[in-house]
Design a protein around this ligand. Structure first.
Ligand code: C5P
Length: 404
């Protein structure tokens, strides 16, 4: 498949070189198009060397000393008909404005108007430019037109400011391209049950026991699996997250409710992923009336909750290999021992373990640093990745396990 990669003038332009490589690894034929200002940041030669193709830098000719040439304009415009997708990364506020307004001021903006291929933009700019109503309105317009936007990441920006505006990770851009091109529907036909978020165990009508889980990991899994074509049942404890598109969303509150939902939905699932931080203990008896303050201390009596994952792990259906079970282990110490112990004790096929004390891992972050522990004894440590990327790696592992 052929794609045109538009590179515009932002500091992140250098990242487009790596992007070309990754797109080529996906067997995509890449034609690079550069705006004039992009060439201030990186030379066309870099992209020509990577792609083995002349980079399009001008509407009427190869640029530089070459005279204007109508043949090359026609030839270039033919690119619009040939490509399967137009990707712009990094996309400046300026190119988004031109796209939104339909102003064909140079080759790239002309290509945008001339092509019927899907368009993906990965904006990158200073945080104030990103947040400016003009930029946001332009993006809204483009989205409404069906343009796919790979939102920028938050972080330290070249201008010295911190905030949203950093070009999304290369993997996230490639994922979007693959998804838009429909290249990765490898979970089609599978039903995947995913649990996410915390549970709440009531003490009395106004108080409950819970934990710091944000649900981000489980929601990322749900989104990734749905994009790859799975039928996703997302059983979620209380979270503030938007419901991912095209998933079957089942809200629950307590461990008992989560258990009932999992048991009901897991029976015809090919894969069950327990990413929820399920309470291990609950008050022995929730009080009907609000507990009153007294002078002395208060001792709560807690009882263990049913271990949903272990219950599934014991079911004979697992034995005929019809269902892959994935559990999580959030640990503060002895990560490997605890993970291996859970693998055996819960009858899981994979335990995804993370040390929640590590920076960039665990609760309420957008990244995670995990190691996958497999039944066959293998340990697969992953670098720090976004939760979406971690989700895709887990799903890759599930697929690999099903093939064996
Ligand atoms: O034993 P621990 O709670 O650390 O195990 C974590 C894994 O077990 C997670 O996958 C979690 O969703 C699952 N779990 C469960 N039911 C419980 C407690 C944990 O399914 N009651």
């Amino acid at each position: 498949m052929k794609i045109a990669l538009g590179v515009t003038g932002g500091v992140a332009a250098y990242k487009a070189a790596e992007l070309v490589r990754r797109l080529q690894q996906e067997k995509l034929d890449v034609q690079v198009v550069m705006t004039r200002s992009a060439q201030e940041f990186i030379t066309p030669l870099t992209f020509a060397a990577l792609t083995g193709k002349k980079v399009i830098t001008e509407m009427f000719g190869a640029g530089g000393a070459e005279p204007a040439n109508v043949e090359s304009a026609i030839e270039h415009i033919a690119v619009a008909q040939r490509i399967d997708l137009l990707l712009v990364a990094p996309a400046t506020a300026d190119i988004l404005a031109h796209f939104a307004q339909g102003i064909a001021r140079d080759f790239l903006s002309t290509l945008y108007l001339a092509t019927k291929a899907p368009v993906v933009v990965a904006p990158a700019m200073n945080v104030n430019m990103w947040e400016h109503p003009a930029t946001q309105e332009n993006l809204q317009k483009l989205r409404a037109r069906g343009v796919h936007v790979v939102d920028p990441d938050e972080g330290y920006l070249a201008c010295g400011m911190t905030g949203a505006g950093r070009l999304a990770a290369t993997d996230a851009i490639v994922e979007k391209v693959r998804a838009v091109l429909g290249l990765r529907r490898d979970l089609e036909g599978q039903t995947i049950v995913i649990t996410a978020g915390p549970t709440r165990e009531d003490l009395d009508p106004v108080r409950f026991l819970t934990n710091r889980s944000s649900g981000k990991m489980g929601y990322a899994l749900a989104e990734a699996a749905a994009r790859r074509g799975a039928h996703v049942v997302l059983i979620s404890g209380p979270t503030d997250l938007p419901i991912p598109e095209s998933v079957d969303w089942v809200p629950v509150r307590s461990t008992e409710e989560m258990r009932a939902a999992v048991r009901e939905r897991a029976s015809d699932a090919n894969v069950v992923i327990m990413a929820a931080a399920v309470a291990d203990y609950r008050p022995t008896a929730a009080q009907k009336q609000k507990l009153k303050r007294g002078d002395g201390g208060l001792t709560l009596e807690l009882e263990p909750t049913p271990d949903i994952l272990a219950e599934l792990g014991r079911e004979p259906v697992r034995q005929n290999g019809r269902r892959v079970l994935v559990g999580f282990a959030a640990e503060t110490d002895h990560l490997a021992e605890n993970a291996r112990d859970k693998l055996a004790r819960k009858g899981a096929d994979v335990i995804v373990a993370n040390d929640v004390t590590q920076e960039g891992a665990g609760f309420d972050t957008d990244t995670n640093i995990v190691t996958m522990f497999l039944r066959d004894g293998r340990e697969l440590p992953l670098p720090k990745l976004t939760k979406f990327e971690v989700a895709n790696r887990i799903l890759d592992q599930v697929l690999e396990g099903q093939k064996r």
